[in-house]
Design a protein around this ligand. Structure first.
Ligand code: C2O
Ligand code: CU
Ligand code: CU
Length: 479
């Protein structure tokens, strides 16, 4: 089948929010889509790789006229794309040249917490650098890196501290999928901003406790981007890197997008759809087949009714590849029937948001799970008033499997590994979660102002040897 809907409850979409900022086409010329360069390692052996991720401030020519003051990793805005190979060990120097503390959170990477994970408790102070070491051991996936200082994640990400992090492995390499970075395999970071006087951003002026948004779409930091393609297949790796916005993506002519991967890697099978909805922090990889077009044609990507990216078909090039009909084996261990079911209740809007009735406490451990055990987590969204809103629920510390939505089967494009799941109002999503590393990990709504506003909690993954291990947690008032 070709699915024709966004699956989620329309009554809860962001455009029903009182503070909703509709997307508008910015009055500026079309420019080529920016493709970030690949981050070059400082040095490498067969097994180990050393690299430096440098958070820095700068200025970026986004619009004609004045440059915009921005932050980025290894460049002035967003970042160079980081590529990890499953099985290798990485020694990453985290360097902070910003005027304030930041953290480096590996969203979607399966690494120990709380320091390597880079959440709230892993500050890198201005002028400081620190090396972390971890081994990547997970299936090929599109993950990302973003700043996560609590409660200033929204501020940091709005300034530009977010970048793509790919994991590669042999299995995915050998599938007949587009693999040519920046040519037929593109990172697509979806964000929105408001440009104020002299083309500047102003987070405080645009701040909304239910999620900060702006009217102008930025794709990889580009306003009004276009990209030249051939009629061969194109792979787009979408990341919703916005603080708040939901992206409801569709193509001109209702061209089919075949989704092949979500947050944690390949889906079991490709899913054909004409509409693809992403909430904050979710990823979707889709394949577009342009073989019915000819040189000179254009295909437009929209979010709702706003065009956000144009593909110019430059050449006809025959494509004799067929997509595999099986992509990956998704296996998640069984849950011990006697294990307790963790409960997460997301409630409220604006300043009233809570998780399990509480606001985030930096020094409080809200839940515990043993390393290596698989347990159910039930995530409930009680926002049913006035249509309610979707809360994209995210867990640090690995990927989960979605078991059910209110007892029904998950959506067809969420049968792979996930680390973020949007929960409809009045719904309980049951997930299965296993942690492979010990530590303290955050779990939260990924509308970033909800996370900063306290719709966040933390859990300790413990080992049987050290069930009460104490970590050096960072108190919020040290900020
Ligand atoms: Cu994407 Cu707690 O983070
Ligand atoms: Cu995360
Ligand atoms: Cu939320």
């Amino acid at each position: 089948p070709v699915y024709q809907d966004y699956f989620f409850n329309e009554t809860a979409y962001d455009y029903h929010d009182g503070g909703y900022v509709p997307l508008e086409v910015y009055d500026a010329p079309h420019v080529p889509l920016t493709i970030p360069s690949l981050l070059k390692p400082d040095r490498e052996t067969d097994t180990d790789v050393w690299l430096t991720v440098h958070a820095q401030s700068g200025e970026t020519q986004i619009l004609p006229g004045a440059k915009t003051k921005t932050w980025g990793y290894n460049q002035s805005l967003l970042g160079q794309t980081i590529v990890f190979r499953s099985g290798k060990t990485y020694h990453v120097t985290l360097k902070n040249s910003l005027p304030e503390l930041t953290t480096f959170h590996w969203h979607g990477l399966d690494v120990p917490g709380p320091f390597i994970d880079g959440g709230c408790h892993a500050p890198i102070y201005p002028g400081e650098e620190k090396e972390i070491t971890f081994t990547v051991n997970q299936p090929a996936a599109t993950t990302w890196l973003h700043a996560h200082p609590c409660p200033l994640t929204g501020w940091d990400v709005w300034h530009g501290l977010a970048t793509m992090v790919y994991v590669e492995d042999d299995h995915e390499d050998n599938l007949a999928l587009p693999h040519n970075y920046g040519v037929d395999d593109l990172p697509i970071v979806l964000q929105d901003r408001r440009f104020h006087e002299d083309n500047q951003w102003d987070y405080d002026a645009d701040y909304d406790p239910d999620g900060t948004a702006g009217p102008t779409a930025l794709i990889n930091g580009t306003v009004n981007p276009s990209f030249d393609v051939t009629t061969q297949k194109l792979r787009l790796r979408f990341l919703d890197g916005s603080n708040r916005r939901e992206w409801r993506l569709h193509l001109s002519d209702d061209l089919v997008m075949t989704q092949i991967a979500s947050d944690g890697g390949l889906l079991p099978e490709p899913v054909q759809m004409t509409k693809c909805m992403l909430t904050c922090a979710e990823r979707a990889e889709v394949i577009i087949d342009f073989s019915d077009y000819k040189a000179g044609d254009q295909v437009t990507l929209y979010s709702d009714d706003t065009p956000i990216l144009i593909f110019n078909i430059k050449d006809f090039v025959a494509d004799d590849t067929t997509l595999p009909d099986k992509l990956a084996e998704i296996s998640y261990p069984d849950v011990d029937p006697n294990a307790l079911v963790h409960q997460v209740v997301l409630a409220g809007t604006d300043e009233e948001i809570t998780i399990n009735g509480l606001k985030f406490g930096m020094m409080r451990i809200d839940d515990r799970q043993e390393i290596g055990k698989t347990e159910y987590w039930d995530i409930t969204n009680t926002n049913d008033c006035c249509g309610g809103m979707l809360h994209p629920y995210h867990m640090h510390g690995g990927s989960f499997q979605i078991v059910s939505r209110n007892g029904q089967a998950p959506y067809p494009n969420e049968l792979g590994y996930k680390d973020t799941v949007a929960v409809n109002p009045g719904e309980t999503v049951r997930i299965k979660m296993k942690f492979n590393f010990a530590g303290v990990f955050m779990y939260h709504c990924h509308i970033i102002e909800h996370e900063d506003g306290g719709m966040m909690a933390q859990m300790q993954v413990y080992t049987p040897e050290e069930p009460e291990k104490k970590y050096d947690l960072m108190a919020m008032d040290t900020l």
